[in-house]
Ligand binder design. Structure first.
Ligand code: COA
Length: 259
């Protein structure tokens, strides 16, 4: 598929999706959200892809939902727009493969929400992240009110959302919103190194682990226990489990086949 707002690169089994709408600092309009949905579905279906890196072109990761598009919406249109973006992000969050956000610059509003829907966030020291929506007369609309408290705790999330705070990379790292902060010219190397590390592990075990963490995060501890028990057992039906343990005992690197 030809994308108007995305660049797609494949480096071995790592897919890099770069948001490229620089004239509007990569703001998310309906077209860009649809393209992201397609690009992630494509990466999900591609047998050669293990891990996906999502980043932005220029000084912005994503500067939010498109304010020009939203400015003329009525309540019904806003509901449809919010639900569409939220559904796209939820599909990214719950896809089997691991998604790393390489946050290169501004991640505001929908950009913060998109980064939070990814599994892991590596950031440039120049990145800035926050939820400015209350300054525009709206609430976050792509589930920032739900994900931010889960990531940084309710008190800090309330401060960021209610005061429309934008924080720098060091502060975002300190509160656990960014996993790691590196110099701007090291960002893609750092994201790639982590992607390769994850891609070198048994992919079925990686995917079941992600599913267990996602599934457990929102339910009861007992529900999470049952989910993990089943996925742990399922690993023992894979060739990768046999290979991983055999390789350990034979003191050699494992050769995983995602089977
Ligand atoms: N939606 C639509 N257009 C946006 C946008 C957004 N979320 N964010 C930036 N743009 C556009 C600007 O309107 C401007 O367009 P123009 O050149 O046609 O005037 C262009 O991107 C560059 O933005 P500008 O504000 O001039 O860049 P800056 O470096 O001075 O400031 C930001 C960068 C990110 C601080 C600033 O653009 C900003 O505050 N953006 C909105 C962030 C936001 O509130 N997001 C949440 C939306 S719910």
């Amino acid at each position: 598929m030809e994308y108007q707002n995305l660049l797609i690169e494949q480096k071995e089994d790592i897919r890099i999706i770069t948001i490229h709408r620089p004239q509007d600092l990569n703001a998310l309009n309906t077209e860009l959200l649809s393209e992201l949905d397609c690009a992630f579905a494509d990466a999900s279906a591609d047998a050669e892809t293990s891990v996906i890196i999502l980043t932005g072109e220029g000084k912005s990761f994503v500067a939010g939902a498109d304010i020009a598009q939203m400015s003329t919406m009525d309540a019904a249109e806003a509901k449809a727009f919010g639900e569409f973006g939220a559904d796209v992000f939820r599909r990214i969050e719950t896809m089997e493969k691991v998604v790393i956000a390489a946050v290169n610059g501004y991640a505001l509003g929908g950009g913060c929400e998109l980064a939070m829907a990814c599994d892991i966030r590596i950031a440039s020291s120049k990145a800035k992240i926050g939820q400015p929506e209350t300054g525009l007369g709206i609430t976050p609309g792509f589930n920032g009110t739900q994900r931010l408290p889960r990531l940084v705790g309710l008190g800090r999330a309330k401060e960021i959302i209610l005061a429309a705070e934008t924080i720098d990379a060091a502060e975002a790292y300190r509160i656990g919103l960014f996993n790691k902060v590196v110099e701007p010219d090291q960002l893609m190397d750092a994201a790639m190194a982590l992607a390769k590390k994850i891609a070198s592990k048994a992919q079925l075990a990686v995917r079941y682990s992600k599913e267990a963490m996602n599934g457990g995060a929102d339910g009861s501890f007992e529900g999470g226990m049952a989910l993990e028990a089943n996925l742990f057992a399922l690993c023992f039906a894979t060739e990768d489990q046999k290979e991983g343990m055999k390789a350990f005992m034979e003191k050699r690197p494992a050769e995983f086949k995602s089977r």
